[in-house]
Ligand binder design. Structure first.
Ligand code: C2O
Length: 544
């Protein structure tokens, strides 16, 4: 097993998109940032040097970080930010994960340009559980703002309104052919007749679940979130922000140029979104040259095609027999959704520009998560600093109501701000029912748990009904993931064993929703405290 050493320099770099040049925050001057390729079992040592004028942290999305919670990266959760002019070295080992993960900034909205792929190959000397592909091609789907993304968030926080939508979607940082001033830089994926490529598709967009497809070619889905799946074929895939999907594609069509395209899956009603399409080109090496003809365009699902999204996620079966905990020590029921905070009458109205003079908020079990600013949660716990967080996150919602009914009174659910953690005993077997609510709008929320993979044992629409829905649980071969797209107006049930000590945030991976508080965190410790089961904090861990 090898150790791979990298240096990430966070810096402002000139990036030209959609006809204009911007000073964007990048890693090593690259956008997207460096691609990391390692084998399962290897160790990564990444020194992050901050030469930008913003605080930053890097999160290794989906890496289990067994006992290395100090390297997880979310700002004010496991570490204080890396200040401009300082550095921090992340050190961790990949254990038993194979496929595609990624890394991204976990501070403000810097991840709009600070992200890259993390490809985990089988251990040296072993092979994939499917025919060896000729090549690996990572495809990072993203979102681009003409403005500075950090300012977009600041403005939304100031006004209480929804943040501006992005100006383009991107594939490997490029909007592609269908946007202005973009055709010359469109991402091109060459392919030969008969060749099989493993496309490693990552949704790195901030706020948008996306459909992705390739004209005239079928996908064989073989993995997601760095876990293998029983292969199945499909024309289109859908990914929530944070999710990855590995698909095989074969050069079995007449040599030509074919568009690979992504566009929004938008489940929230009456919410603004970008209804444009980003493209890359699958280009057969033997294709007769061009003559100005456009590549062949695929049919993409309609933006609100929840049927296709549902059919897709319900096709997932883990390749191996799953190790789902059959008995439970913890059974949580967590509502997820947006809210609107009433503004006091004499409140400056500039700060209340949400619907009808409100401010947007979001919550889990009616708690709107507030990050501390003087300590990270993990440091506060480690040094027993009182007053930074409480451990009274509720295991069920404070009031019961028809979560997915229409016309839910939002006075029922005025979220309270708090830094509330839920304590899990080390080794406990946990089930969480995640229930979407329609308080502002029903929506498919991509819920991501740090430090763990979990089994998605069931999902469905309406209110979760323990009596009849428990019968549908798949305890044989459910998919193992780190991010679940909880169906719009529906629910998902996840299970995992709390075998990784630390403080782990669980949040909606739509960044607009994190900033409104759609998050909570688990504190996983053994009876005698966290210290004995977790590694000591690294000497260069930033302090606040
Ligand atoms: Cu990829 Cu906390 O996120």
């Amino acid at each position: 097993n090898r150790a791979h050493h990298h240096e990430f320099i966070i810096q402002a770099t000139k990036v030209k998109r959609l006809c204009e040049t911007h000073n964007s925050i990048t890693v090593n001057g690259m956008f997207p940032g460096p691609q990391l390729v390692i084998n399962n079992g290897d160790t990564l040592v990444v020194k992050v040097i901050n030469r930008a004028r913003y605080n930053v942290t890097i999160h290794w999305h989906g890496v289990r970080q067994m006992r290395t919670g100090w390297a997880d990266g979310p700002e004010f959760v496991t570490q204080c930010p890396i200040r401009p002019g300082s550095s921090y070295t992340y050190r961790f080992t990949i254990q038993g994960q194979e496929g595609t993960l990624w890394w991204h900034a976990h501070s403000s909205w810097l991840r709009a340009t600070v992200y890259g792929s993390l490809l985990i190959l089988p251990p040296a000397g072993s092979s994939y559980p499917f025919p060896n592909p000729h090549r690996n091609v990572p495809l990072l789907l993203g979102e681009w703002w003409d403005g500075n993304p950090v300012d977009v968030l600041r403005e939304a926080t100031r006004t209480g309104a929804a943040p501006n939508i992005s100006d383009a979607y991107t594939i490997n940082g490029q909007p592609g052919d269908l946007y202005k001033c973009s055709s010359q830089d469109t991402t091109i994926v060459p392919i030969s007749v008969g060749e099989t490529i493993l496309l490693r598709v990552i949704n790195a967009a901030l706020n948008q679940p996306l459909f992705f497809t390739v004209a005239n070619h079928k996908f064989t889905v073989v993995g997601a979130d760095a876990s293998y799946l029983k292969p199945f074929t499909t024309n289109a895939i859908v990914l929530g922000p944070g999710q990855t999907t590995d698909v095989l594609i074969t050069g079995d069509q007449p040599p030509n140029h074919y568009y690979m395209a992504a566009r929004a899956y938008q489940s929230a009603q009456n919410a603004p979104f970008g209804n444009t399409t980003t493209t890359a080109i699958l280009q057969y090496k033997s294709a007769p040259c061009c003559g100005g003809a456009k590549p062949i365009m695929p049919l993409l699902p309609a933006y609100n095609d929840t049927n296709t999204a549902t059919r897709f996620s319900q096709s997932f079966r883990s390749l191996k027999r799953a190790e789902v905990p059959p008995e439970l020590d913890e059974n949580l029921f967590i509502t997820i959704g947006l809210g609107l905070n009433n503004c006091p009458k004499n409140f400056r109205s500039r700060r209340c520009q949400g619907p009808n003079g409100t401010r947007f908020t979001a919550s889990m079990n009616n708690v709107s998560f507030a990050l501390p600013s003087n300590y990270s949660l993990l440091q506060a716990h480690h040094h027993s600093i009182p007053g930074v967080f409480t451990t009274d996150f509720p295991a069920r919602p404070p009031v019961k109501f028809d979560y997915t009914g229409s016309n839910i009174s939002r006075s029922l659910y005025q979220p309270v701000r708090g830094t509330k953690l839920y304590k899990l005993k080390y080794g406990s077997r946990v089930q969480i029912v995640l229930q979407d609510t329609g308080i502002v709008t029903p929506e498919n929320h991509p819920i991501h748990l740090h430090g763990y993979d979990f089994y998605i044992v069931a999902e469905g629409f309406g209110n979760f009904n323990p009596k009849k829905d428990t019968a549908k649980f798949n305890l044989e071969d459910p998919p193992l993931r780190n991010t679940v797209g909880v169906p719009v107006n529906g629910w998902a049930v996840i299970r995992f064993v709390a075998d990784n000590p630390g403080v782990w945030i669980m949040h909606c991976h739509l960044d607009a929703h994190i900033s409104w508080g759609l998050a909570m965190a688990f504190l996983v410790e053994n009876g005698s405290g966290l210290l004995e089961t977790m590694e000591e904090p690294p000497a260069d861990l930033p302090v606040c």
